[in-house]
Structures are given as structure tokens and as C-alpha cells.
Write a protein that binds this ligand. Sequence first.
Ligand code: PMP
Length: 407
Amino acid sequence: PTPELAARYRADFPILNLKVNDKPLVYLDNAASSQMPQSVIDRLIRYQTTQHANIHRAVHYLSEIATREYETARRTLQHFINAREDREIIFTSGTTDAINLVMHGYGRKFIQSGDEIILTNLEHHSNIVPWQMLAEEKGATIRVVPINDAGELLVDEYEKLFNPRTRFVALTHVSNALGTINPIKNMIAFAHQQGVPVLIDGAQAAPHMKVDVQDLDCDFYAFSGHKLCGPTGIGILYGKAKLLESMQPFKGGGDMIVSVTFEKTTYNTIPYKFEAGTPPIAAAIGFGAAIEYLSKIGLDAIAAYEHELLNYATEQIITIPGVHIIGNTRTKVAVLSFIIDGVHPHDVGTLLNQEGIAVRTGHHCAQPIMQRFKIPATSRASFAFYNTKAEVDTLVEGIHSIQKVFS
Ligand code: PMP
């Protein structure tokens, strides 16, 4: 049996003591944003009360401290994903911003008319729309890896999509809508055999499993702080140093230059070349604190505990007549996307909220998945290590009472 992580760590999260509609909050919307432990809240307060100034510019006391703490957070992120060098970590405002950075910095420079970009049917809109914008601008073509009824990528079909015009692969590590974990290591290796670089959207993977970018050998890896118990407005792009150096900047401004005249600007080295303007310093330091917190618990322990929660929830929900889990694969993180016959997911969300239960309902910014399953939307319960089996029971009771209301 895995250790009861919730019993040990739940008390670290003050927001979980809230009552919603006079019921104890049951927070099952962790795939959208996870909650913040007191240590991260305290870190933000300490920064704001004793360390705040702008970074990289002045020689005064506070600026030096703020710079040191910001760069320490970068190294915390580097070690978290086992990147070779800290300059391979670029602070962005989130996953969306990181993917757009690669689209502008790499895509607009290296992808031409007639080239092809491979995406998958499991992508979040933020890993579709930027590539469509690029394809439209350049006259390039998007190719899509299909999925089966369990929500798994058809890897054979992926391999068949490659041809001499394939220039880029952008692929999610874990589906936000279904939870599917994709076999990205093999898919990256296959793309590399064809000389094609790969961007991994790690927004839903980094919170739930150990990620080692050197072992994966991905070219880019992106994720957001707010899904890892950190603040909003911060995320990272990991990129191999050589690739980052070959790219053009995404945004122009202060800090990303070595020298500027009206005739010519010389760009700074990486990572600063991609961090124009004053970055979200407080959020980056808070993100570092969140990563330290999660690393102390251990991502392997988190993965094992959440898997147990998932199995416990799946076993109960799958046996309820009239309830269907969408994407019921064995290789998934603790996400349950489901539909109840005869009840619109929006009503499911509203009625669960009356019981204090927070789930997400809708298309989860992944409309192509909904189209694939010919449904407008699902209800999605997504778990974190601070959720309990008792909360799963509350969700199951909630589903039963919704069915009663609609029967
Ligand atoms: N990709 C995936 C798989 C996601 O789940 C999300 C967030 N829902 C994003 C990208 C976008 O992340 P953000 O909104 O933090 O930029």
C-alpha cells in the first residue's frame, strides 16, 4: 500500500478548509489549477516584505537579493526536470506562452511553405492554435495523429505521418481532458531518427510524475506553475541550449539585449534573450518554492498515491449504470472524464457544486477530443495528492443524487 499522502500533507493547504454551500469543499479541479500550500504563500510574503526589487539591473542590496532568488528558482526548476544547464530554463508566463515562444522563435525561422507539422488528437488548444497560425502564415500543413476509443494515440499512424517535408512535432505528454499518458520517449526517438525536433506540452505531466528531459531527449518541454501548487502567471520552457541559441527572440525589449542603437540591436545570451522586460519575479520565486515543496514529498510517491485514488474512483464510477468514463485507458494520470446519460455536463457541474464539489465541465480546451467521441462536453474530476478516498466517495454520492434528480 502507498503512504496516505493526503493524511500527511492536506493540512498544508489552508484553502481546503473552506466550506462551499455549507459543505466542506471537495476540490477536484486540479488539472485546471492546483492549490497552494502555506509554505509557498509564506515564501511570496517573505519576498514581498523583505526581498522585492527589480532584477538584473542595479547594484543595490535589494536588487542583488531579488536577482539571486530569481536565479535560484531557475536552478530549482533545472534540477526538477534534470536539465543539463540552467540557461536551458526560460521563465514564461505559462505553458501557452512557452509554446508561442517556440512557434515564433523556432517555427517562424525554420518552417517554410510546404513543410509539415505533426500534432495529435489529444492536444489542448494551446498546442494547436499557435501551429495553425504558423501554418497559415507560412503555407505549411498540419498532420494529426489519431486516437482509439480508449483515448490512446495510434503510434503506428504517427510513424506513417512522417515524410521528407516533416519539420516539427508538437505533442502532449498527458491529455488534460482524458488523462492519457502518451509514450513520448519512443515517439521522440522516432522523430529524431527522421531528424525532426519535438516539443512536449508537459502541463499535465509535470505535476504527476517525474520528468527527466535528458532521459526523454525532448527538444522542448513546457509547463505552468499554477498546476504545480505554485502561482499563476509563471511557467517554464525548457529547450536544448543549441536549439535555443539558433532561435530568434519572441519579444523585444529590455534585458534581452547586449546593446541597442537605432541601426542595430545585439541580443543577449540565453535564457535572457527570451525574457524581455521585467519578468514575474515574485511568481518565479513562488514557483521555485512550490517545486521544493513537491520535491520533498517526491514525485514518485505522488504518482503512486494518485494512481491508487484513480483506481478507487474508477472502480466505483464504472459500475454506476448510465455513467460512462471517456478515455478509460490503463496508462493515465488521475483524471476522470465522464458523462451521465440524459444529463448535460453543465448541470452535473452545477449540482455537484451545490454539494461543495468542484469539477470542471465543458470541452476542456480540447474540442477535437470531443469531436472524436461525438460529445459536446464531459465532466472532469481531476485529483491531487491532497485528495482523499472520502472525497471520492462524496463525488460518487453526488453522481447518484444527480441521477435521482433526473430520473
Ligand atoms: N496544455 C495542457 C495540456 C493544459 O492542460 C493546459 C492548461 N489547461 C495548457 C496547455 C495551458 O496552460 P496555461 O493556461 O497555464 O498556459
